[in-house]
Design a protein around this ligand. Structure first.
Ligand SMILES: Cc1cc2nc3c(=O)[nH]c(=O)nc-3n(C[C@H](O)[C@H](O)[C@H](O)COP(=O)(O)OP(=O)(O)OC[C@H]3O[C@@H](n4cnc5c(N)ncnc54)[C@H](O)[C@@H]3O)c2cc1C
Ligand code: SF4
Ligand code: SF4
Length: 403
């Protein structure tokens, strides 16, 4: 924030409203100490002389057109893992291509990492018109602050109408930072995106009020319209034969030494059969398991079936399983061919994560549990008795899923 001294009437209203004591008086002049100022904008709104302005606002003015006239295209932030195409990134491209099919919007993408060149040319075959990659040695996975700066700078150059990113923890956190920098909104965890048939603006769908309603969110005022997409909710894009988008190597002017973060140690969390990407069968466990010590019952069945292990939020909150297992509104969306729900009541927030499963088998002591409304087959009884019998039956049989 800066004060235009020639406009200032020395009323000191700004000093009175600043909670951070960033406004000081020196030599008969009112000054804002930028090292203390949080850019909250309260003083700017209070000043009767319109003497206070935000430099960042001025820089971002081009992005904030309410008509959206200056903004063009869809820009994607693509995440890579271990220098490989991530499924989440392909799902983001898939969502963008669906929007493109409704319009003539160009697809731009941003990729940031240590070895992005090769990866960029691979991504560009999936229908991305222009792929801007930043190849930066020494940029750790955790340098979110640098990524935020680069992405915000690049978006300032591209001025897209829409920005989409994946819904993994890392991208969600980065996009929140980018949205704050650009003074625009962010609709997180969307399960659908489409263009409004009249205005051509983005309509993002997500659950609201604790999962009890689906909300269609419009962002009419600010640009870009930003959304993160729930993992698993969108079909991944397929490669377009013969297509290769344009690659742009961009370096910006930020050094890795400017990051707030210093990584002292990296510890890997033991992930226990929770990578759902290629799973045809999921055995999911709910609070009905009673205690963590009973989990081996679920694991034995999962191993016998070659299945992955899912969980409800109740199980994750109890600390019985890591959050990577969570399925539902605040977890992952899965669509296996067989979903075995063990001791799960069937709360709506869980259902939104598994309702696309082809066949649901539920085991529950309560015959009135809502999960049975979604089940193709149900067992009413204690999972401790039922599951070992299924596991015994399955063991030694080579089961194949019929299509
Ligand atoms: C904003 C928000 C987001 C949320 N996000 C998610 C999410 O992403 N995923 C999610 O799962 N939940 C989520 N929840 C929580 C959700 O509302 C439910 O609380 C949760 O899904 C319940 O988990 P559960 O079915 O394991 O437990 P419960 O509802 O307690 O059900 C346990 C079931 O086990 C049965 N049972 C008990 N003993 C046995 C036994 N011996 N054998 C067989 N069955 C038995 C009971 O009859 C009962 O039906 C969210 C909630 C909110 C407010
Ligand atoms: S923008 Fe907020 S923190 Fe900064 S000087 Fe004004 S009131 Fe204080
Ligand atoms: S509120 Fe405006 S006019 Fe009053 S002292 Fe602050 S900058 Fe000057």
């Amino acid at each position: 924030m800066k004060i235009i001294q020639s406009k200032c009437s020395y009323c000191l209203k700004c000093k009175a409203v600043c909670l951070f004591e960033a406004v000081t008086v020196s030599d008969g002049r009112v000054i804002i100490d930028e090292s203390v100022c949080f850019q909250c904008g309260v003083c700017k709104d209070t000043c009767p002389m319109e003497a206070i302005f935000n430099e960042q606002d001025e820089q971002d003015a081009g992005m904030q057109t309410s008509s959206g006239q200056e903004c063009k295209g869809i820009c994607l932030y693509l995440e890579s893992r271990d220098d490989k195409l991530s499924l989440s990134a392909l799902q983001v491209i898939g969502a963008a291509r669906r929007l493109q099919a409704q319009s003539d919007l160009k697809i731009y993408a941003i990729l940031i990492g240590e070895h992005t060149h090769e990866l960029a040319s691979e991504f560009a075959r999936y229908g991305v018109d222009e792929l801007w990659f930043v190849e930066q040695q020494g940029i750790g996975y955790y340098a979110e602050d640098l990524r935020i700066q680069w992405i915000a700078e690049l978006l300032g150059i591209m001025k897209p109408e829409i920005v989409l990113a994946g819904g993994l923890r890392h991208a969600r956190s980065i996009m929140a930072g980018v949205a704050a920098r650009l003074h625009t909104g962010l609709c997180a965890d969307c399960i659908d995106v489409h263009l409004d048939s009249v205005q051509g603006t983005l309509v993002a769908t997500r659950t609201a009020f604790g999962g009890s309603v689906m909300a269609s969110i419009h962002m009419p005022q600010h640009r870009p319209q930003m959304a993160t997409l729930k993992e698993g909710a969108f079909e991944p894009a397929e490669q377009i034969e013969g297509f290769c988008g344009q690659l742009k190597n961009w370096s910006g002017h930020i050094s890795t030494s400017q990051s707030f973060y210093e990584v002292l140690e990296v510890r890997k969390i033991e992930r226990w059969l929770s990578d759902f990407t290629d799973s045809d069968v999921i055995v999911a466990v709910g609070r009905g398991i009673g205690k963590a010590e009973n989990l081996p019952i679920i694991l034995s069945l999962a191993e016998a079936l070659g299945a992955k292990v899912g969980a409800t939020r109740a199980v994750v909150e109890a600390g019985w399983l890591d959050v990577s297992h969570q399925i539902g509104q605040s977890g992952k969306v899965v669509k296996p061919r067989v979903y075995i729900a063990c001791g799960i009541s069937g709360a709506l927030q869980h259902i939104v994560g598994m309702e696309k499963s082809a066949t649901v088998i539920a085991i529950n002591t309560d015959r009135n549990a809502p999960i049975f409304q979604y089940a193709s087959y149900g067992f009413v009884g204690e999972l401790e008795k039922i599951i070992p019998r299924i596991t015994e039956y399955v063991k030694g049989k080579s089961l194949t899923l019929k299509s």
